[in-house]
Design a binder for this molecule. Sequence first.
Ligand code: ADP
Ligand code: MG
Length: 189
Amino acid sequence: QQSRLPQIKTLDNFDFTFQPSLDEKRIRDVIAREFPRDAQNILFLGPPGVGKTHLALAITYEMIKKGYRALCLTSHEFLEKAKEAMEKGDTKRFVRMLTKTDILLLDEFGFEPMDSHSANLLLQIVAQRYERGSIIITSNRSVSEWAEIVGNAALATAILDRLLHHSKAFQIRGESYRLREKKKAGFVF
Ligand code: ADP
Ligand code: MG
């Protein structure tokens, strides 16, 4: 299976001066160390428009160039596919599909609440990938809100425990790049 990125975003196109809370060196370091090699997970957290998806796609792109395989899904796509798999009674295949790549990118985690079946599938995937494959998650919700998203505190703890053990988190506290462009055009004051 070929890696497919929804868009190509690169680090060279990312303006680090616009996002001073973000340490460019840490990002470059994650790439230089080839995070999938030791199954590191990467989290990009912060409000909308600060570049979470851009950075997630850019580091994934760098790894694809080095020969790693990646699967990218938005949380919405994850939930849709999980539901489809459950209806078909095909959840084993679903879990396998999301477990076998070097990198699984889950974009916009926490945007919609998860039903208990999907949350259970996510735990299976996170558990099977633990110390075997990387997960990249972007979210505008803080880790403390995960119990609410997942709908079950024990499940959230089980997922977070495995996800965070070997991980690097990037908390971005800044302005939306989208709004900056609108401001320049005079649409927002
Ligand atoms: P988020 O996922 O945090 O909501 P995105 O990564 O989708 O934000 O960024 C929104 C848009 O702005 C995208 O087109 C992205 O390429 C661009 N962008 C965001 N931050 C920067 C930046 N610092 N330099 C250049 N482009 C950026
Ligand atoms: Mg995004």
